[in-house]
Design a protein. Structure first.
Length: 282
């Protein structure tokens, strides 16, 4: 049975523009979405990413959280007839402050799934304070609770099937342990890609300060090399029909280019058609 993805709206964040796209709008504030994802149609529901803990915690990064009652994860799941206890797996693209803040809302018999290297990265200090103490300490509690936490070693194992139609793969971008979640839908592969992509318009469609053909711009927030970031984005563009980042609306991809934008479900209607850049004279 083909799977479908529902977009969960966890509220917005206000932050500096160049954090999202390298060099763009330094000192200017930009407001972005914070999404999670609910995978339906399989044996049981799966949630990917859980948003940030509360508005106050975002102040530790100099950012402003804009989370309200309707954005609470329980209320977002209820819109699709799902209760917290119905969720079998919570998967994390990575463990940054705005991705793993509500794991403690789920019972311990819901298994949290992450790449082992991401847990290592979270306590390395390399991207501190983007990994806040209460979120990581809760995962330590799960580590010592049978069945509450599941590690994968995706850099060594290659892609792993979590359940039929849902595959986990190392992203090799953004953080040391980021992973992509591939979902087989009725219209093709959809990939939940975390923060490998922040902003389709200024990274891919009209990449900021880029003049080369078929080049992409990187984010302003990553642990690895810029070459690695670019390669990870290009791999996504050439391997999936739909891309779902956490801070931008989903996109439809054809022949390695963004051709349309979707809203709160994949598959779903195209809400905006994107015209390809013409690099050559007519």
């Amino acid at each position: 049975m083909p799977l479908e993805i529902k977009v969960l709206d966890y509220g917005d964040i206000e932050l500096e523009s160049s954090f999202l796209v390298l060099g763009r709008g330094c000192g200017r504030v930009k407001r972005v979405y914070t999404y999670g994802f609910l995978i339906l149609g399989g044996q049981y529901p799966i949630v990917v990413d859980t948003g940030y803990r509360d508005n106050a915690i975002m102040e530790s990064l100099g950012m402003r959280g804009l989370q309200f009652h309707e954005n609470m994860i329980e209320n977002q799941l209820a819109r699709h007839g799902v209760r917290m206890g119905d969720v079998r797996f919570v998967c994390h693209t990575h463990l940054h402050i705005d991705h793993a803040g509500k794991d403690d809302h789920f019972p311990m018999n819901t298994t949290v799934v992450l790449n082992r290297r991401e847990m290592e990265c979270s306590v390395s200090g390399l991207m501190h304070p983007q990994y806040p103490k209460p979120d990581i300490m809760h995962l330590v509690e799960r580590l010592h609770t049978p069945g509450a936490l599941r590690f994968e070693d995706l850099e060594l194992s290659g892609p792993i099937e979590l359940m039929p139609g849902v595959v986990l793969e190392a992203a090799n971008a953004h953080t040391d342990g980021s992973m992509n979640v591939h979902v087989e839908t009725a219209e093709g592969r959809a990939t939940i890609c975390g923060d490998v992509i922040y902003d389709f318009q200024d990274q891919i469609i009209e990449p900021y300060h880029i003049t080369f053909a078929s080049e992409v711009q990187v984010t302003g927030n990553h642990i690895g090399s810029k070459r690695g970031e670019k390669a990870a984005i290009k791999k996504l563009l050439n391997s999936s029909k739909f891309l779902l980042p956490v801070h931008d609306k989903p996109a439809k991809v054809e022949q390695g280019q963004i051709v349309g934008r979707l809203d709160m479900a994949v598959p779903g209607p195209i809400s905006q058609t994107v015209h390809r850049r013409n690099w050559f004279p007519a």
